[in-house]
Ligand binder design. Sequence first.
Ligand SMILES: [Zn+2]
Length: 409
Amino acid sequence: MGGFGSCHWLLAVKSVWQRYAPTRDILGLLEMFRRMVNESIRIGLAYNVYSLRNLSLLSYNQLAQFDSPSCYKLCAISRAAGILAARNKSVKRGFPTKTPYAVRQQLVSCYGFKRNNEGLEIPVSRGKRLSIPLTKHTLDVISQPGVKVRSFTLSRNKLNLCISRDVVLVECASTVGVDRNLRNLTAGNDQQIRHYDLSETVRIARTTVRIIASLRRDDTKIRTRIASKYGGRRTSRTGHLLHNPTKAIVALAMQQKEAIVLENIEGIRSLYRKGNGQTRKYRGRMNGWSFGEAQRQIEYKARWVGLPVIRLSRRETRGSSVSCPRCGERLQSDKRLKRNLWCSNCRVVMDRDRVAAINLARRGRVRFARSRPPIIEAQGGAVEAVKGNPTPTVIPGVDAPKLTQSTKS
Ligand SMILES: [Zn+2]
């Protein structure tokens, strides 16, 4: 059909990683790369040179002492420039900084590699190439139509591939709001609502807090290290647990051609800081929450398939969990109602998460109507009629005039 609006192409990027067994050549290469990065950092500091261009001019020749394929020299300089830039930023902000130094063995390169049948072929030294076997999963992912491998990152036991593809932005006729709270993800709109249980992530967070609290070592350094180790484990486990629900949310939204609406949670941590009148336990629970990870996963999965994501600002989401989706009245809570809310105007009891998801979907629609011309037609019903959607969306209550206004403007 394609009669409505124009095609919007966008570049979707994501990464896929696997473990691998490094050979001696690769271990040698990793160490050499680390040393080249540190040499470039040293040169940058010595000459007060921080831009990538100037750093390349200065240090490329100096890296001649390393028996490395030239492509890695450029990558090492680029990494050093990144480290120096980050340090500069800290210095400008007045944070105490140490002399930067790359400790971890990590090689990033966007040049020189080639994909062959079952592996990734990379140069290891001048004139010598080596193939790292790829797992079936990695091969499956990178063999999808249109997928290009843009760069690779090697550490001592992990291979990470950054991949991209061009996708057509999906034209959406509707929106789905995603509300996140401690125990579940709720996705939905006026038509349907789905809950995804996250209580397991809460349990993991709580265990982690308990383990860290039980450490009696007085040495703060060790304590911090152990805490970060357990914290890292928590992060990877919650990331895993969030995979299925976020995947399901994106798949369903894709099937229904619904843009995903999220609350912009930047700065949410400042809500749970010391001195805000909350208990320590409450703050710990809220800060251990995986909201950022849920959002990250939904966003990159949506982007990968070309589904639009709308991030609502704080102002746009104000009251979204306490306003009646039908009439806009402020909802009342009561201990007896537990997680339910009561609208005295409509005289109905509604689930809190459901209310939030519906309101987010609505407010996202308002924004969508404003920002994307092709979608405005969908709001008017034209596209829905053409596409044979049997249920034109009815928007009752207070949100309706707002929406009409914005579609006309
Ligand atoms: Zn109401």
